[in-house]
Design a protein around this ligand. Structure first.
Ligand code: ADP
Ligand code: MG
Length: 314
């Protein structure tokens, strides 16, 4: 468990981070979302000690990070940033080995760890390992950056807009790859984005930040269904909130008895896919693949998406 306790960072008159208290449960993904200048990067840098707090502190499993030597903190907290921050004159393999090398791991162990991480991140060690950052595609460089951040088996992975520099076409793939990797490794992740859809996809918990403060903290479903104020509901983008909310559930969870005609929808499709298909085809029910005499009903989905809110566009 990572605890941020009353953390503040003031620069002259700017309260970059203003009294933030947040608990990040072990093995979960917490996403901080907010506009540019809201203090997200400063908050992340307070966690790994790159920025010294004006007040407050951070605890990892009950231990005050101010009492942890910096080399130890560097091992325990991985840090990946938007422009990957790779050293341009080092190969991909050497970049990944940065922290283990700094920590003085034996050469054979470093080499083995680099191979293991490259394979895990779908980078061929024999081909990509010897390349320099300028010889990598954006997606490869981003994965090398993540491999470097994970190299010393950190308890916490900090990611500052890790997909910000990626082409939208590969962004979605990078997001699902990260999710799969996190599930597999069980690493605790604190990730920043300014994209609410990305937050909803990746997060177990979302913290919405504005002007250095946390405006709302909750699960994606909480934030979508009950935005705390007009700022949060604005971020959630009123017009497609119901669709985003429906995308959190799968067809299998809302199957009902009854027949339906037409091509079946897979049971693992999301409710937003189901609703989109119904709207497109003009059907009020859809059969579910592999489930005879079961269907999904448009009327029920509208109920899941919630009653219209005043001012909401439906
Ligand atoms: P975000 O990552 O959400 O865009 P930042 O944490 O980078 O926001 O910045 C939050 C605020 O703190 C901004 O107003 C920024 O100008 C200010 N700030 C950040 N770093 C410094 C610094 N080193 N010196 C002075 N002001 C800073
Ligand atoms: Mg930033």
């Amino acid at each position: 468990m990572i605890e941020l306790i009353g953390l503040s960072k003031h620069y002259d008159t700017v309260r970059a981070v203003d009294d933030v208290t947040l608990t990040i449960p072990t093995g979960t993904v917490t996403v901080i979302v907010g506009a540019s200048g809201s203090g997200k990067s400063t908050l992340l840098r307070l966690v790994n000690g790159l920025v010294t707090p004006t007040s407050g502190h951070v605890e990892i499993n009950g231990r005050d990070t101010r009492k942890i030597p910096s080399h130890d903190l560097r091992r325990r907290i991985g840090y990946a940033i938007q422009d990957h921050g790779l050293f341009p004159h080092w190969t991909a393999a050497r970049n990944i080995a940065t922290v283990p090398d700094l920590l003085g791991w034996p050469k054979a162990r470093v080499k083995q760890r680099v191979q293991e991480l490259m394979t895990l991140l779908q980078l061929d060690p024999a081909v990509i390992g010897a390349r320099y950052p300028h010889q990598l595609s954006g997606g490869q460089a981003q994965r090398v950056g993540v491999a470097r951040a994970l190299a010393a088996e950190p308890e916490l992975l900090l990611m500052d807009e890790p997909f910000g520099a990626l082409d939208p076409a590969i962004r979605a793939q990078a997001q699902s790859d990260l999710k799969a990797l996190q599930v597999r490794l069980g690493t605790t992740v604190l990730l920043i984005t300014h994209d609410m859809a990305e937050a909803i996809f990746l997060a177990d918990h979302i913290a919405v930040m504005r002007a250095g403060r946390i405006e709302q903290y909750g699960t994606p479903a909480d934030i979508l269904a009950r935005p705390a104020n007009s700022f949060v509901s604005g971020l959630v983008a009123v017009a497609d909130r119901p669709f985003r909310y429906l995308s959190l559930f799968s067809v299998a969870d809302f199957v009902e008895d009854g027949p339906a005609d037409g091509p079946p929808i897979p049971a693992d499709a999301t409710l937003s896919e189901a609703l989109a298909r119904m709207i497109w085809s003009g059907q009020d029910t859809l059969p579910v693949a592999g489930m005879a005499d079961h269907c999904i009903r448009r009327h029920s989905l509208i109920g899941v998406a919630g009653p219209p809110r005043s001012g909401a566009v439906r």
